[in-house]
Write a protein that binds this ligand. Structure first.
Ligand code: UDP
Ligand code: MG
Length: 312
């Protein structure tokens, strides 16, 4: 079994050498073949040169250099695509995660889990700009997706190969790997890990990512619950809206045709028209969604089910 460690780096020149030294010591002790995949995500400092020096000494350390900054999710994605291990470990390159936690992650995975998430119980980050928003994010994500975790954002995680092969991440979606994987049916464990304050360099993330993260949550919820049946999401409110609009419209029509009352000035008329249009649009959107879902699964040659094993 080979272990692949995937590490995204953006301007981490002061951290890499120490990270590599600690990581190499831990991996050498595992007595398993390993590889370290560093992704230089468009650094403008000496990150790449330092990585090249490391590669010269250790051929198990591989480097993927992006042409520009593509973000952490695509960095992970490239790392996954180029990794060979049966087990893939991800971690940050800023020394906030501790390589010494890796053996514990692997042990937990060996118990039969598909994903082992790190949980930074004693997180060493500023409260208002990081810890509080994270708390809200974790609570909301757990509630909405039904995947109960304390720390979605933590980068130190272990995955079985098939997990990373079956998901597509971009944007800020790397935080939702367990959720995306849960669509396929996976077992997830969480273990407490160490966390250190960032000493060199600065955090690359600003508060704005939380707003973007919330939009991602809507996408994720949709993918998770309705991607194979969009008509149910849009169709039900559509039919309800259409029906109420129709009833009000019929009531007005009777007033006009049977009782000869003028209805042009009645606010209910506007409501009826609005509800009927809204209903028709929702139903149409649902149908379009159905078509798109079929295209989505077909172009990828993706079945809508996932099999763990077949015993024949
Ligand atoms: N990172 C990256 N590309 C980016 C932003 C960050 O590869 O566009 C890397 C960064 O170099 C670090 C890790 O992702 O290794 C985590 O970033 P950071 O420490 O800035 O995030 P925080 O811990 O503050 O959430
Ligand atoms: Mg950090």
């Amino acid at each position: 079994m080979e272990v692949s460690v995937v590490i995204p780096l953006l301007n981490e020149e002061e951290n890499i050498q120490q990270l590599y030294t600690k990581l190499e010591a831990v991996l050498a002790k595992l007595n398993k073949p390993y590889e370290i995949i560093f992704i230089d995500d468009g650094s403008t400092d000496n990150t790449f040169d330092i990585l090249k020096d490391i590669h010269k000494i250790n051929k198990n350390a591989k480097i993927i250099r992006f042409r520009r900054n593509f973000g952490k999710a695509l960095a992970f994605s490239a790392g996954f695509d180029h990794s060979k291990g049966d087990v893939i470990i991800t971690m940050d390159g800023d020394l906030q995660n501790d390589p010494e936690d890796i053996p514990r992650l692997l042990d937990k995975l060996d118990e039969g889990y598909d994903i082992v998430k790190g949980w930074r119980v004693n997180r060493k980050d500023p409260f208002f700009s990081k810890k509080l928003p994270s708390k809200i994010f974790n609570w909301l994500t757990s509630r909405i997706t039904g995947v109960k975790l304390h720390d979605f954002v933590c980068a130190l995680n272990a995955y079985r190969r098939e997990v990373v092969e079956n998901i597509t991440i971009y944007g800020e979606l790397h935080r939702y790997i367990p959720v995306l994987a849960s669509m396929w049916g996976v077992s997830i464990a969480e273990i407490e890990i160490k966390h250190h304050p960032r000493i060199h360099g600065e955090s690359k993330y600003k508060v704005g990512r939380l707003v973007r993260g919330t939009f991602d949550l809507i996408t994720i919820k949709f993918l998770l619950s309705y991607s194979t049946r969009p008509l149910q999401l849009f169709g039900i409110p559509g039919v309800i809206s259409f029906f109420i609009g129709f009833v009000i419209g019929a009531h007005l029509a009777i007033d006009r045709l049977v009782f000869g009352m003028g209805i042009g000035h009645r606010p209910l008329l506007l409501l009826a028209v609005l509800l009927i249009f809204l209903g028709a649009q929702f139903i149409t959107m649902g149908l379009l969604g159905e078509v798109m879902a079929r295209v989505y699964y077909e172009v990828q040659n993706k079945p809508m089910y996932a099999i763990r094993e077949i015993i024949d």
